[in-house]
Write a protein that binds this ligand. Structure first.
Ligand code: NAD
Length: 477
């Protein structure tokens, strides 16, 4: 049984109810988390406020940085344990789960070093004045986390907020809480004051909603679906609470005929099968210049057929999807594509030893997908790649920008001038040229435009969002 973690103490929810924790690899229940409600959020926000007022805001920036660094080291010491927890909770193949634990430690390392480097400015003004700006924390920040990368998203969101001097109330996704409860325990062990990091588990429409509405929350960082992002923004708008929204994507990989295909092919595959396609920045649309469309699809098809899907601990190319409803959702997209006569180039294989009760989906490469079909427009959040051909640069940009999303884009071409032309024209928060994802990039500001959200997390840029700027004008004559 798992408990909430409030003020460095494991506590049951006030409802006395729990939610089953299911292993996606076999569909079996193996643990329980608390089904919390608004009362538990009250408790967590009170603890966080108390911590902010009496402990956290009194720490010097360097001291805060040392605490974050101690947590980073502690996470590294426990990375195998954290990876194993996340693997079972989320169905992540071993290499992915380990990479997520490493990234979590790296976020805290990066933000540990940033604490004492965040500063304001002095501004030249009228004669007889001195003007300066202070970057101040919001205070108590709320963090609503999705299930696809709990550790990584916790690291970037909570790490940045703490570094900027805030305290945190965290609502993990109901499907993936266990690693974050453990990280909060580790934070307590290295000396974080009670109330600096609080974890409250439960359903989004209950405890997530209560967190977003709570008048004691001074900033909300939400990572999740565009539809829930809209709800959060509406709720926050009612009390003018600032919000960072990290939402979904339908990211294009644009491949020109002069691209280095030996480099592009593995990156294209990884960008859609990593985490079984349940990645906001998944490269889910493949835009290929007409002259190499058939040969590239042939090559990718051969690679797709070799992809193996199975239980997380087998550490194959692809693990299970998070839950049954997600599996049904992905299948519905594929059924709709079939009914629209969209062709399948190739599919991977679910291994024989995969339990029938697990939530598996073979990676699928679709061809000649109409730009306006829902499988090319909506976020599938599964290992489904939609290929389509383009005529020239203008056509490529037109297709790339023709969705509601704008999170990430990949451009593959040897032509340096074209790299810049295209990168400028893409409506997207990040553009990768001759690579995709840059290995995660803790240092690289991340976020979207359009329905992919607004505000930036990761890198130093995130610290501006986690602070508010105060201008102080002194008239001294
Ligand atoms: P989701 O929106 O269903 O849930 C995200 C979180 O919001 C969960 O913790 C959930 O419990 C909570 N929630 C749900 N309803 C709520 C409500 N009414 N009020 C408050 N909280 C509520 O998303 P998901 O299915 O967990 O995650 C998948 C989505 O997240 C995809 O769209 C994906 O692209 C997006 N995502 C975006 C990024 C990014 O950085 N841009 C990263 C990861 C995932």
């Amino acid at each position: 049984m798992q408990f909430n973690f409030i003020a460095n103490t494991p506590v049951p929810s006030s409802s006395g109810q729990t939610i089953a924790v299911v292993d996606p690899s076999d569909g079996q229940t193996y643990d329980e988390i608390q089904r919390s409600n608004a009362t538990d959020i009250d408790h967590a926000v009170d603890a966080a406020r108390q911590c902010f007022d009496t402990a956290w805001s009194r720490l010097g920036a360097a001291e805060r940085g040392r605490l974050l660094m101690r947590l980073s080291l502690k996470i590294s010491e426990h990375s195998e344990q954290l990876a194993a927890i996340e693997q079972r909770d989320c169905g992540k193949p071993t290499r992915q789960a380990r990479a997520d634990a490493v990234a979590l430690a790296r976020y805290f390392e990066f933000y540990a070093g940033a604490c004492d480097k965040l500063h304001g400015e002095t501004i030249p003004y009228l004669d007889g004045y001195s003007v300066l700006t202070w970057r101040e924390p919001h205070g108590v920040t709320g963090h609503i986390i999705p299930w696809n990368y709990p550790m990584q998203i916790f690291g970037r969101s909570v790490g940045g907020a703490l570094a900027a001097g805030n305290v945190c109330v965290v609502k993990p996704a109901e499907d993936a809480c266990l690693s974050l409860i453990r990280v909060a325990q580790l934070a307590a062990e290295v000396g974080f004051p009670a109330g600096a990091i609080n974890i409250v588990t439960g359903y989004g429409h209950e405890v997530g909603d209560a967190l977003a509405r709570h008048p004691g929350i001074d900033h909300i960082s939400f990572t999740g679906s565009p539809s829930v992002g809209t709800l959060i923004q509406q709720v926050a708008a009612a009390r003018h609470c600032p919000v960072t929204l990290e939402l979904g994507g339908k990211s294009p990989q644009i491949v020109f005929a002069d691209a280095d295909l030996d480099a592009a092919v593995p990156a294209i595959i990884n960008a859609i099968v990593q985490n079984a396609g349940q990645t906001c920045s998944a490269g889910s649309r493949l835009l290929v210049e007409q002259s190499i469309y058939e040969p590239l699809l042939h090559r990718l098809g051969q690679a797709f057929e070799k992809l193996r899907v199975g239980p997380a601990t087998l550490d194959l190319d692809v693990g299970p999807l998070i839950r049954q409803s997600q599996q049904q959702r992905v299948r519905k997209f594929l059924d709709d594509a079939r009914q629209a006569n969209i062709g399948t180039v190739a599919q991977g294989q679910v291994v024989d030893s995969a339990p029938a009760s697990g939530f598996y989906q073979a990676p699928t490469l679709l061809r000649d997908v109409p730009v306006t079909h829902r499988v090319a427009q909506e976020e599938v959040f599964g290992p489904v790649l939609c290929a389509m051909a383009f005529r020239d640069e203008d056509h490529a940009v037109e297709i790339a920008n023709a969705t509601q999303f704008g999170l990430v884009a990949g451009v593959w071409t040897a032509d340096g001038a074209r790299q810049f032309r295209i990168a400028r024209r893409l409506r997207s928060g990040q553009v990768f040229i001759n690579n995709y994802g840059a290995g995660g990039g803790v240092e690289l500001p991340f976020g979207g435009v359009k329905s992919s959200g607004h505000g930036r997390e990761k890198g130093f840029e995130a610290l501006y969002g986690f602070t508010t700027l105060k201008t102080v004008a002194i008239k001294h004559g």
